[in-house]
Design a protein around this ligand. Structure first.
Ligand code: PEP
Ligand code: MN
Length: 338
């Protein structure tokens, strides 16, 4: 249920409404975006017309949120959420953000080289895993803490913002201190304790869709993060399991449309993990941008054949430059949406 405050409601009135909601035994959570206009009550309070909260000072109306996800729903917050990091905006509907870098941080030299190359190509954000969720326990597991130090160096030497994955609540603390955006991987989309912990941080979170997750499950996972107070969530479609085995996963482009229809959160696309092969990455990126994605996260490596993970799907730096040009061109065609 949603208690909408009047536009001129004072902070005192908002605080009072949240206190009354809490005293009545419900959880009162200010909605993301414009905290001054509404509070969300998680729980079922019966008929909205009879809500005791209607009589409180500063309250304009009480609405029922019909979806199971409350805080991520369009019903709660009709305005799109825009995540701002310095001069970068994610979800502004004008300019798709491009995040690029290797699957894994392998060494300082490899990471810095790729960082300079993707910066040259036009990326503003750099991706690279220090803690890697690998299918096989015998595969390279990432450099861990040492990898985070390398990423910090990338930030200080290139000015690129950092995106890196936290794979459990333990390393989330370390990741939080080193990164600009915390990534929660597909395999952890329903790791609820990790989601709650991510919700207690102040850093934006990229939440990747689980390998076989429905859109509703993805949105419910985002709800876990926002319900803890972190409203800065970016969803990511990265391909799902289908019977089709010609690609690693199947990129579900309609996820972009469904998320936009149901939620105010931005959604980006990872064509690299969806395809599993580099020759499909640019065409799938074009499709994602044409469908309305708020950005892309792509794997790039200066020497893909020697990459310690996901070399087959990593773009060469020249291909990355081509990708950025194509995205800019496509975006220019749709510029009237800004
Ligand atoms: C990754 O981004 O490196 C990754 C492991 O992705 P996903 O969680 O989507 O498989
Ligand atoms: Mn990867």
């Amino acid at each position: 249920m949603l208690v909408i405050m009047k536009n001129d409601a004072t902070q005192e009135q908002i605080d009072n409404v949240i206190r009354e909601i809490t005293d009545a035994g419900y959880r009162g959570i200010p909605i993301p975006g414009d905290h001054r206009t509404a509070v969300c009550i998680v729980g079922n309070q019966g008929m909205v017309e009879e809500s005791p909260f209607l009589a409180l000072e500063g309250v304009k109306e009480v609405l029922r949120v019909t979806k199971p996800y409350k805080l991520v729903s369009h019903e709660t917050c009709p305005k799109p959420t825009v995540i701002r990091l310095g001069e970068v905006e994610i979800g502004n509907g004008c300019k798709p953000v491009i995040i690029a870098g290797p699957c894994s941080v392998e060494s300082e030299e490899q990471t810095l080289r790729i960082a300079r190359q993707v910066k040259e190509g036009g990326a503003k954000l750099f991706r690279g895993g220090a803690f890697k969720p690998r299918t096989s326990p015998y595969s390279f597991q990432g450099l861990g803490k040492a990898g985070l130090k390398i990423l910090e160096k990338v930030r200080s030497e290139t000015g690129l913002l950092i995106v890196t994955e936290a794979t459990d609540s333990e390393n989330l603390k370390l990741v939080e201190a080193s990164t600009d955006i915390i990534q929660i991987g597909a395999r952890n989309m329903q790791n609820y304790s990790l989601l709650r912990r991510a919700g207690q941080t102040k850093k934006p979170v990229i939440l990747k869709r689980g390998l076989s997750a429905t859109i509703e499950e993805l949105l419910m996972a985002a709800e876990y993060i926002i319900a803890e107070g972190n409203t800065q969530v970016i969803l990511c479609e990265r391909g799902i399991r289908t019977f089709s085995d010609n690609t690693r996963f199947t990129l579900d482009l309609s996820a972009i449309l469904s998320v936009k229809a149901l939620s105010h959160l931005p959604i980006i696309v990872d064509p690299s993990h969806a395809a599993g092969r580099r020759d499909y990455v640019i065409p799938l990126s074009r499709a994602a941008i044409a469908t309305g994605a708020d950005g892309l996260i792509v794997e790039v490596h200066s020497d893909p054949p020697s990459a310690l993970s996901d070399g087959a799907q990593s773009l060469y730096p020249e291909q990355f430059c081509q990708l950025v040009k194509e995205v800019e061109y496509l975006n220019m065609l749709g510029v009237e949406k800004c």
